[in-house]
Design a binder for this molecule. Structure first.
Ligand SMILES: [Mn+2]
Length: 205
């Protein structure tokens, strides 16, 4: 049996850092299911204990590869925000694009790496942006963008619905996005994949 597990978590780290995690796991069999859910806990644990984020992702990958070769894999979408400087580091392991709305402009953050749990050595690249008050960060699973399957630039279509949402509370933004996607795509009509969206807004303390 094929399992799909999507998990999200937010973690307050040391030194005023804050991590947003979105994991989309897939695999065959009960062990794969358990592994997907332990992956995010492990990642959380490593980050909390002070591991550098690249190292944390690489460690999780090694463990997955060793424990269940080719039985399960997961995509990891991680944003680590420095609440003092506004610096945001993005690590995307085969994850869907994220969208940053800043002063009415949308920036798309994309990745092209392999998911964790497949190859022994993965490359972890970090993309960095600077956030300011009022900025909105949207992270989502590939199942959301699959609604636009067959369309060349899926991100462009999604992007078009975003600028009007900036005045809303993050939960409302998430609700509207989910509504739009479900209306356009039907509940699993085009995509049997799970849909999850995570919205964060930066405000002055
Ligand atoms: Mn998916």
């Amino acid at each position: 049996m094929l399992y799909r597990v999507i998990l999200t978590t937010t973690i307050q780290l040391k030194d005023g850092k804050y991590a947003l995690l979105l994991l989309d796991g897939m695999g065959v069999g009960r062990s794969a299911y358990i592994e997907s859910s332990t992956t995010i806990k492990l990642l959380e644990c490593l980050l909390r204990s002070g591991f550098e984020k690249d190292m944390a992702v690489k460690t999780v990958n090694s463990i997955l590869v060793l424990r269940s070769p080719h039985e399960s894999f997961a995509t990891i979408d991680m944003a680590v925000l420095d609440l003092y400087s506004g610096r945001a580091d993005f690590i995307k392991i085969c994850a869907a694009a994220s969208f940053l709305i800043s002063r009415g402009r949308v920036t798309v953050i994309k990745s092209n790496s392999l998911p964790v749990g497949i190859v022994e050595e993965i490359e972890v690249t970090t993309q960095t942006k600077t956030l300011q008050a009022g900025d909105i960060l949207i992270m989502l699973t590939d199942g959301m963008l699959d609604v636009y399957r067959g369309i060349k630039n899926q991100e462009k279509w999604f992007e078009a619905i975003l600028p009007d949402l900036t005045g809303l509370h993050p939960q409302e933004i998430a609700d509207v996005i989910m509504q739009v996607i479900n209306t356009n795509g039907g509940k699993g009509r085009h995509s049997p994949d799970d849909r999850t969206v995570l919205v964060a807004k930066v405000e002055n303390a």
